[in-house]
Design a binder for this molecule. Structure first.
Ligand code: SAH
Length: 225
């Protein structure tokens, strides 16, 4: 698969952001159970160092979450890879992400050739993410809003990823899921969260699977500039 990315010299990176360093991250993800080669390839291609502050660029290919301002974080690469791999199991075409943050997860989905819709409640983060999408030539639709209402005008979606944790799955998002599609989301409070995969069956009922313990920032209500 050809990732739809415009790679400029600074996207390719040098030293601690070089291709060799990225390949090492991909090997580590593979050792930790990520198997989908398309997903590993997308992680190899998307320049994660351009999704964090320049001062943190040298740490961008460590398998760790990093701060992106406004008390938010870019998710750990393993978590991004695992959520994407699970989402890809039902072969989606049009997907929705709640919590754009840095834009990294959205870029990985776009690099897989998916039609990506993403919603972020913090205007400043969304503006930065949009600049990154434009710079990399990625076609991602985004909206500044409270993602708990989803994006009904563009639904139903063949897959939904929620990248912030709530005590329970959000009904409006389940409603916007197509038959046979999966929603992958962290569920729980600050102390203990589980990555949950929910799949909508033919008859509209849902199947719920618990995948792994995770740590995410909370899903909050309302919007901020
Ligand atoms: N997917 C992001 C992870 C960002 S952290 C990335 O790849 O960088 C989670 C993000 O969810 C934060 O930016 C936070 O502002 C956002 N968020 C939290 N609650 C939200 C809500 N109700 N609607 C939309 N975004 C929300």
């Amino acid at each position: 698969m050809t990732p739809r990315l415009r790679l400029q010299p600074e996207s390719v990176g040098m030293g601690m952001t070089s291709q060799r360093v990225r390949d090492r991250l991909v090997e580590r993800l593979r050792e930790n159970g990520i198997q989908d080669e398309n997903v590993l390839n997308a992680i190899r291609t998307v320049p994660r160092h351009l999704f964090v502050d320049e001062a943190l660029a040298t740490r961008a290919y460590e398998d760790t979450a990093l701060p992106i301002g406004h008390s938010q974080t870019i998710s750990q690469p393993w978590v991004v890879a695992r959520m994407t791999e699970v989402l890809m199991q039902t072969r989606p075409r049009k997907v929705l992400e709640i919590g754009t943050g840095s834009g990294y997860q959205g870029a990985v989905l776009a690099a897989l050739g998916l039609e990506v819709h993403t919603v972020e409640r913090i205007g400043d983060l969304l503006r930065q993410a949009r600049k990154r999408f434009r710079h990399l030539g990625l076609n991602v639709r985004s909206k500044h809003d409270d993602g708990r209402i989803g994006w009904p005008e563009h639904g139903p979606f063949d897959g939904i990823l929620v990248t912030a944790a709530a005590p329970a799955l959000v009904d409006a998002l389940i409603d916007q899921l197509a038959i046979g599609a999966s929603l992958v989301a962290p569920v729980g409070g600050a102390g203990s969260q589980t990555l949950v995969k929910l799949t909508k069956r033919e008859d509209g009922s849902v199947d719920e699977e618990h995948l792994a313990p995770v740590v995410f920032v909370p899903l909050l209500s309302g919007t901020l500039d």
